[in-house]
Design a protein around this ligand. Structure first.
Ligand code: DCP
Ligand code: MG
Length: 342
């Protein structure tokens, strides 16, 4: 037990919406969403808790949200404010540990294993961190405190908003037995529905499968599932900077003969890129790029640094330029975005 770590997962409460309510008090108590991504096709980035009562959720089309909640107030996002708040929060974390792993603007893991404050109590220290964040930003957050990242992340959701929950090493077994599979980060609605259809509802149900069964059922994921359903997760808190770029690429079984064929594939790649980015909550973009590898492996990248949103027209232009550089069959296309340092 002395080896046990103390990991804290901190997650801000309805982050963008909370900032907008703080800065425009007349919005308080009313249902609001922050939405319409830049370049937007009108998607909800986040909803405050009043709006959530109507079923409004992140990633929902704005039109649907308006239908669910007729009095819904739409606020345009102000990313520079979110980034500023994120930096302040980060500076609070830094007073407590150097082992910080940011997951997005509003979420981070901290490793408090070596913390000596409050007689080494990570629970009390987390409460202090939350109080300090409130004092510095007037924003509330929730925290999970546990022996590993998986449990800390699940626990930060337990008493949301403005609460915290600790899973002590002694509690782990009981905690996971009851835990619904849909609460496992990475098990989305579809996987969880599939599991339920097979009679798997809780982590205890998953524990009945052997490692090999799970590997056969879920491939690479199987081993991780085998561990987390027992409350095990040995991933370290990785102090890292934000990713600098995000991209999707594909190597084609048969070379794409001309620009037209490349254009068709580009659309598919950009669809995929959009999908992944909305899941990962990437919000700040400083440029776009397209990468082409010709059949002779000559590789070229075209960048556009002015564009702050996923702009299909711009991608098509970049592809056209890149293609001109080689003007021969293509074996790989990549499409991506560059992100600024936070
Ligand atoms: N976000 C987004 N698109 C999504 C999900 C989130 O743009 N599909 C943005 C808006 C959120 C922020 O990221 O404010 C943080 O995401 P969370 O999932 O942590 O959601 P919230 O902080 O808004 O709410 P909660 O209180 O549930 O954490
Ligand atoms: Mg949050």
């Amino acid at each position: 037990m002395s080896e046990s770590r103390k990991i804290v997962h901190v997650d801000m409460d309805c982050f963008y919406a909370a900032i907008e309510m703080r800065d425009a008090p007349h919005l308080k108590g009313k249902p609001i969403v922050v939405g319409g991504r830049p370049g937007g096709r009108g998607v909800v980035a986040t909803a405050n808790y009043e709006a959530r009562k109507f079923g409004v959720r992140s990633a929902m089309p704005a039109s649907k949200a308006a239908r669910l909640c007729p009095d819904l107030i739409f606020v345009r996002p102000n990313f520079s404010k979110y980034k500023e708040a994120s930096q302040i929060i980060r500076s609070v974390f830094k007073e407590y540990t150097d082992k910080i792993e940011p997951l997005s603007l509003d979420e981070a893991y901290l490793d408090l294993s070596n913390n000596e404050r409050h007689d080494g109590s990570a629970t009390k220290t987390a409460a202090e961190i939350r109080k300090r964040i409130w004092e510095a930003t007037e924003l509330t957050c929730s925290a999970g405190i546990a022996p590993n990242k998986f449990l800390a992340k699940v626990a930060s959701d337990w008493k949301k908003p403005n609460g915290q929950f600790t899973v002590t090493p002694q509690m782990v077994d009981d905690f996971v037995r009851e835990l619904k599979v849909g609460k496992i980060p990475g098990v989305g609605r579809i996987t969880s529905a599939k599991m339920n259809a097979e009679g798997i509802f809780t982590c205890l149900d998953l524990q009945k499968f052997s490692l090999r069964d799970l590997q056969i059922k879920y491939g690479k994921w199987g081993e991780r599932l085998y561990r987390v359903c027992r409350g095990e997760d040995n991933r370290p808190v990785e102090t890292r900077s934000y990713r600098k770029s995000w991209s999707v690429e594909n190597t084609y079984n048969e070379d794409l003969p001309n620009l037209e064929a490349c254009m068709k594939q580009l659309e598919i790649l950009v669809d995929e890129l959009e999908k992944r980015m909305s899941k990962s909550k990437v919000v700040l973009i400083k440029g776009l790029f397209v990468k082409l590898r010709f059949h002779d492996f000559h590789t070229t990248t075209m960048e556009s640094s002015e564009i702050k949103v996923i702009d299909r027209e711009q991608y098509r232009r970049l592809l056209t330029e890149a293609f001109k550089r080689g003007n021969r069959p293509v074996r790989l296309i990549g499409a991506g975005v560059r992100m600024p340092e936070p």
